[in-house]
Design a protein around this ligand. Structure first.
Ligand code: DX5
Ligand code: ZN
Length: 221
């Protein structure tokens, strides 16, 4: 699999969202990572379906990687399907019935993801790994951009690589939180397939940063 870069729009300039996202996609971003926060599962509120619908409209050619930091998101899956999400990731800690939630995502024709927060072991999602297109390993506590990567979380990426090899599965492994050019090589060496980066890309020279990330990612492939 070609390793992917997913700039997180949480750090974009919302006053110039179209410009920021267009610059990122045209410079080679593979996905746009979209962080939905409900003020309940995480102590912060970001945006929801109306904004995601706008992103789909203004950047129709992007792959929207939607990260739901939402308690029991099964209530809203239909809305996200209608917004044009391509990948929907739910948190293992935020749902009672992970299997049913993932089944509903898949039956809406959307790729499935499950996320684990820093204190959640991989074992919390082992039973659903065969159902997943993507596993998201949170390398910071969910809720805010601009935090520092917790190095111990890279062990979970190594563990997920090993399980995937042993069991013949094919999920992608995504890392989210605190990834910078300075730790990117270490993150790639752990076996990460999809790199989320927010504050390291937006608020800077966006095309230049996307290119620098992409170059390092391609070298590591
Ligand atoms: C945190 C979000 C992240 C965040 C990443 O809860 O899930 O996607 O935007 O931002 P940086 O790269 O700044 O840590
Ligand atoms: Zn995220």
């Amino acid at each position: 699999m070609k390793r992917k870069l997913a700039p997180s729009m949480l750090s974009a300039d919302f006053g110039h969202l179209e410009k920021d996202l267009r610059l990122a996609v045209d410079a080679g971003a593979d996905y746009i990572h979209v962080d939905v926060m409900d003020g309940h599962f995480v102590p912060n509120i970001s945006f929801g379906p109306p904004v995601i619908k706008v992103v789909r409209k203004i950047i129709p050619d992007c792959i929207m990687d939607v990260h739901l930091m939402v308690t029991e998101p099964v209530r809203f899956l239909k809305d996200y399907a209608e917004c044009g999400a391509d990948i929907l990731t739910v948190h293992a800690e935020a749902v009672k019935d992970l299997k049913t939630t993932l089944r509903e995502i898949a039956s809406a024709g959307i790729k499935t993801g499950a996320a684990v927060s820093p204190d959640t072991p991989v074992s919390a999602i082992t039973p659903v790994l065969p159902m997943l297109d993507q596993v998201l390993v949170m390398s910071v506590y969910p809720g805010y951009g601009g935090q520092s990567l917790i190095p111990e979380t890279l062990d979970k990426i190594r563990e997920l690589v090993e399980i995937r090899e042993q069991s013949g599965l094919s999920y992608d492994i995504e890392i989210d939180g605190g990834v910078k050019l300075s730790n990117l090589e270490e993150v790639l060496a752990a076996g990460t397939d999809v790199i989320v980066a927010g504050s390291a890309i937006f608020g800077h020279d966006i095309p230049a940063m996307v290119k620098r990330f992409r170059d390092t990612i391609s070298e590591g492939s």
